[in-house]
Design a protein around this ligand. Sequence first.
Ligand code: ADP
Length: 262
Amino acid sequence: KTEGCDSNLPKKANIDVKHVVLVLSGKGGVGKSTVSVNLAYALSNHGFKTGLMDLDIHGPSIPKMLGLEDHKLQIMGEKIQPVSVTGSLAVISMAFLLPERSTPVIWRGPMKMTAIQQFLSDVNWGPLDFLVVDLPPGTGDEALSIIQLAPNIAGAIIVTTPQDVAVLDSSKALKFVEQIGIRPLGIIENMSGMVCPHCKESIDLFGKDGGMKAAEEFKVPFLGSIPLDIDMRKAGDEGKPFIIRRGDSPTWAAVDAVMEKL
Ligand code: ADP
């Protein structure tokens, strides 16, 4: 009998949020942060009060993508202030805790859990419709902590590139999500092909349809594919989020998919 064990589980954090959306990938560099930023932006453009939480402490790229690289945490009263990006979008990042960008982070699991607890409970978010959480690649401490601590988790979006290794890793992320009882909202395939600027042929640099096949195999929604796009890379480097036009945009499809599940 396991009665009484529940008291050992950490309590849910005290945050007023209707829907928490996790963004995961099996490996790094597949565009998870790009998707998180654009998804959060798209939700805030829909008029939802949105928070974006960057938990990728070993490779926090969200501050760069939003032009907030030199920002440090500000405390007001007893609360940490998130950075306002638009009237309805605020962001907090593990990077804001680091003394210097080049400092390697050596944190044990419990320290990460404490930071995540503070990012949920001690940040002056105000009431949120959505909290988009950009997790580090894989299925480590950060993913487990947020799942234990965050209330109202709507589900997880898995980002992958089309090649076999990435798909294999994303399958692990999917199995992890399902095992832990989080609803997979769907898969986004990023960097799927690029149009040659010279001959206009589409080149499948990382293979083809891997994300779609994984979605079929695991019976989860396929939310669409994002091509390799030089403007998207530039947008990331310049600190200006890139939202593709509605209609052909997987980030918008992801927004619709998230909203459909509510
Ligand atoms: P992750 O969070 O998975 O590590 P990022 O979102 O940081 O990946 O993306 C890695 C790099 O690839 C960034 O420089 C980003 O701007 C770029 N990038 C992501 N998606 C695309 C795309 N579809 N086309 C071009 N560049 C992209």
